[in-house]
Ligand binder design. Structure first.
Ligand SMILES: Cc1ncc(COP(=O)(O)O)c(C=O)c1O
Length: 396
């Protein structure tokens, strides 16, 4: 019999969908995947070259659990220069993806029964990670139409047991970038009520409409003491498969995360860490090319989705996702007689009829919406929208 913990894990809706799409493609079905959470760009060549060099130099052995010193120093410099944050190399733990950093932050902070506030819509893994730490996820909706943080609702959800809040700006799945005003109000709450903010900043470089990224830990020394800043290489440098991220935190928390990691994975892959120095310190042109292309697709897609009858689509200032509301189609009947009852049925219908993969909002605690990723070519995005619009005309 599996442990209760194992039995309680809900499989990731996004990775399960990726497997279905791969199977369909293998059967020759011309599926367009707008479900993906990774950039459709190659890792920049200078980073690949740095990895090859590290391999050739034999950087293939175990390293310090918390990461190689030159990378932790490069991250410390990056956090200072890009974000105005002061973390010494000792306060940084290099992890196997930002995902592991979030996991470790929760494991070292949360005791049985502690509550962790998760603004929704939210990334699929947070809920399961809180449960795996024996914590209790507490969902607080963001504001309808804008997906901005509802700080008053967060305040109302605080209890004696609130231990942390997970902040994701720019956001997956909504693309929202939280206002400075909201971050200030949240920071004030964290200090007054003594809870931690786990600030997942993996999409920080993918910003549009002139938005600037703000790390909540810069707001004051008190907020800094209540923040774990998390980032990674997957989204900014198109390094999803390399599995590299990091957390930066007050020393006691960073040390605890390092100890935990020492018994889990030990160090993140050594030669990948050497290559990551090149990502941070090498040319950044590829990032800007990618950001501009995402921006072009975002503008086109939001406009095109908004023109489909019954769909309303909030704007987004970051990441590479849009989250249109499709609930006007709930209750409608497909040509085969099946009824669209929720976002899962909606996405299944679109996959079956239009051969386009998108993710049901219910996976993100957002039942009225679906998540559409524009990390695919403009040509495919345009064809996908054409097919979706056509499939929707068949619902009665
Ligand atoms: C909000 C958010 N955090 C973390 C991650 C995981 O990043 P990594 O590949 O660095 O583990 C993702 C990936 O989809 C994400 O969307």
């Amino acid at each position: 019999m599996l442990s209760e913990r194992a039995r309680n894990i809900t499989p990731s809706a996004t990775t399960s969908l990726t497997a279905i799409v791969q199977d369909l493609k293998a059967q020759g079905v011309p599926v367009i995947g707008l479900n993906v959470g990774e950039p459709d760009f190659d890792t920049p060549a200078h980073i690949v070259a740095a990895a090859n060099k590290a391999l050739a130099e034999g950087k293939t052995k175990y390293a310090k659990d918390s990461g190689i010193q030159p990378l932790r120093e490069a991250i410390s410099k990056k956090l200072k220069n890009d974000n105005g944050l002061n973390y010494t190399a000792d306060q940084i733990v290099v992890t196997t993806g930002a995902k592991q950093a979030v996991y470790e932050a929760l494991q070292v902070l949360v005791d049985k029964g502690d509550e962790v506030i998760i603004p929704t819509p939210c990334w699929v893994s947070y809920t399961e990670m809180v449960k795996l730490a024996d914590g209790v996820p507490v969902f607080v909706k963001t504001q309808p139409g804008t997906f901005q943080l509802d700080v008053a609702a967060i305040e109302a959800a605080l209890t004696e047991k609130t231990k942390a809040l997970i902040l994701t700006s720019p956001n997956n799945p909504t693309g929202a970038v939280y206002t400075e005003e909201a971050l200030r109000a949240l920071g004030k709450l964290a200090v007054e009520h003594d809870f931690y903010v786990i600030s997942d900043e993996v999409y920080e470089k993918l910003l549009y409409n002139g938005k600037k990224h703000m790390s909540i830990a810069t707001l004051s020394p008190e907020v800094y003491e209540h923040t774990i800043t998390i980032n990674g290489f997957s989204k900014a440098y198109s390094m999803t498969g390399w599995r590299l991220g990091y957390l930066a935190a007050p020393l006691e928390i960073a040390k605890a995360a390092g100890r935990l990691q020492g018994h889990m994975t030990s160090n993140a892959t050594t030669f990948v860490q050497w290559a990551a120095i090149s990502a941070l310190e090498g040319p950044q042109e590829d990032l800007e090319i990618m950001r501009k292309e995402f921006d072009r697709r975002r503008i086109w897609l939001q406009d095109a989705l908004s023109k489909i009858p019954g769909i309303s689509c909030a704007g987004a200032d970051g990441a590479f996702y849009l989250m249109p509301n499709v609930s006007a189609y709930y209750g409608k009947t497909a040509p085969d007689g099946s009824v669209i009852r929720d976002s899962g049925d909606f996405c299944n219908y679109i996959l079956k009829t239009a051969h386009v993969a998108i993710v049901p909002g219910k996976a993100f605690e957002s039942p009225e919406e679906v998540r559409i990723s524009y990390s695919n070519s403009m040509e495919n995005i345009q064809e996908a929208v054409r097919r979706i619009a056509e499939a929707l005309t068949k619902l009665k």
